[in-house]
Design a protein. Structure first.
Length: 375
């Protein structure tokens, strides 16, 4: 998928008045509740469910009673929407729709008691029951869409990998649907995340993305150190890098061995780039290999696809980094950032794997984790 033009976050952006909104059962909370909120945080990660935590003052100095912990306003199971951004409806973004599942009180030696309200996004609703099911002559994309339509009751938008193996027989062996989908995604180098939809300040139906990291879902942001990029800490390590991956299997029908060896020259995604001495890194690790014989493959095409995906996943681990920017609600796991101002070796294209958005007394900030992916 072609990338959109990178956007400097400081162009046309208003960072003056951070704001948030909490809706319970679809209803916005009044200013009395909002004034008691001490901090709001949202976290997402391509390998975990999105989560939120709201810390609120739990003490009423006038009545000398606990304000929220003894009421049913934040009961577990209550549906919650969290919006974050800046003053003005057009600057607010729907971060998460989910349910409250955690209440944690603090009664400190000094200061007022607080209540922390936590929960997960709608993926948590899909952990209902274990399922055994057979999928015949289907691709992973078709499997994901069938599960979404028939059992999860959510639309699944699935990228079409190239090549896309069609499996004669796939067995879901007594597993939760969402965990089974995550396993299938990891098998082909895909990620799963929820994409929340909103229009005119109202939430719409959520969408489950089943896609490769090369398929973008948001703007590509340009981050420049000491301008829009407050902190950035990259690390390059070749300790676990390999130059090739071999997948071995057995064709029971033809009674013959299945094997394919993928090399780094076949990859479309590189872990570094020319400025980071990619060729020298490749030559350093070209003799290091990994052999996979424990994952079943049905034919040569499936072996090739698996070997390439495993090698690509390994290559993406070459350079990882953490960073922080002023609060940017559209910067989420699954986004891409173009980093500059950090020297030739570490400047370039990064895929965001996790973010933490926090609004507290110090304002609104966004921390992120990412990995280098040059295409």
């Amino acid at each position: 998928m072609a990338e959109t033009k990178s956007i400097p976050i400081y162009q046309g952006q208003d960072f003056w008045v951070p704001a948030f909104e909490v809706k319970l059962q679809g209803r916005a909370q009044g200013q009395g509740v909002i004034r008691d909120v001490q901090s709001v945080s949202y976290k997402d990660n391509i390998e975990q469910m999105d989560s939120f935590e709201i810390t609120i003052n739990n003490w009423d100095a006038d009545t000398r009673n606990f304000k929220y912990s003894d009421l049913d306003i934040f009961d577990p199971g209550t549906q919650l929407e969290l919006w974050m951004g800046y003053f003005g409806k057009e600057n607010m973004r729907l971060m998460l729709k989910g349910e409250i599942n955690t209440l944690r009180s603090s009664f400190p030696a000094g200061g007022v008691p607080t209540l922390a309200i936590g929960g997960l996004n709608i993926l948590d609703k899909f952990r209902k029951e274990q399922v055994s099911h057979v999928y015949e002559e289907m691709t992973d994309r078709e499997i994901a869409q069938q599960i979404g339509d028939e059992r999860l009751n959510i639309k699944v938008l699935a990228d079409k990998p190239d090549p896309e193996p069609r499996y004669p027989y796939v067995f879901q062996d007594n597993k939760l649907d969402i965990l089974f989908l995550m396993e299938r995604a990891r098998r082909i180098g895909f990620d799963i995340f929820v994409e929340e939809k909103a229009s005119a300040g109202k939430s719409e139906d959520s969408v489950l993305r089943f896609a490769s990291s090369s398929e973008l879902r948001r703007n590509v942001y340009q981050l420049i150190y000491r301008k829009s990029l407050i902190e950035f800490s990259p690390e390059l390590t070749t300790a676990k890098q390999v130059g090739k991956v071999t997948v071995n299997g057995w064709d029971a029908k033809a009674k013959k061995k299945i094997t394919y060896t993928a090399t780094r020259k076949e990859l479309n995604v590189r872990g570094a780039g020319d400025a980071a001495s990619q060729d020298k890194i490749d030559s350093t690790v070209e003799d290091k290999g990994e052999i996979v014989a424990t994952k079943p493959v049905a034919n040569d095409d499936e072996a090739r696809a698996m070997a390439l995906r495993l090698l690509e996943t390994n290559a993406k681990e070459l350079i990882k980094a953490t960073g922080s920017v002023p609060g940017l609600p559209d910067l989420r796991a699954g986004s891409v950032v173009m980093v500059d101002g950090v020297g030739k070796r570490f400047a370039g294209r990064y895929f965001v794997t996790a973010t933490t958005h926090t609004i507290a007394d110090g304002g609104y900030s966004t921390q992120f984790e990412c990995r280098r992916e040059e295409t």
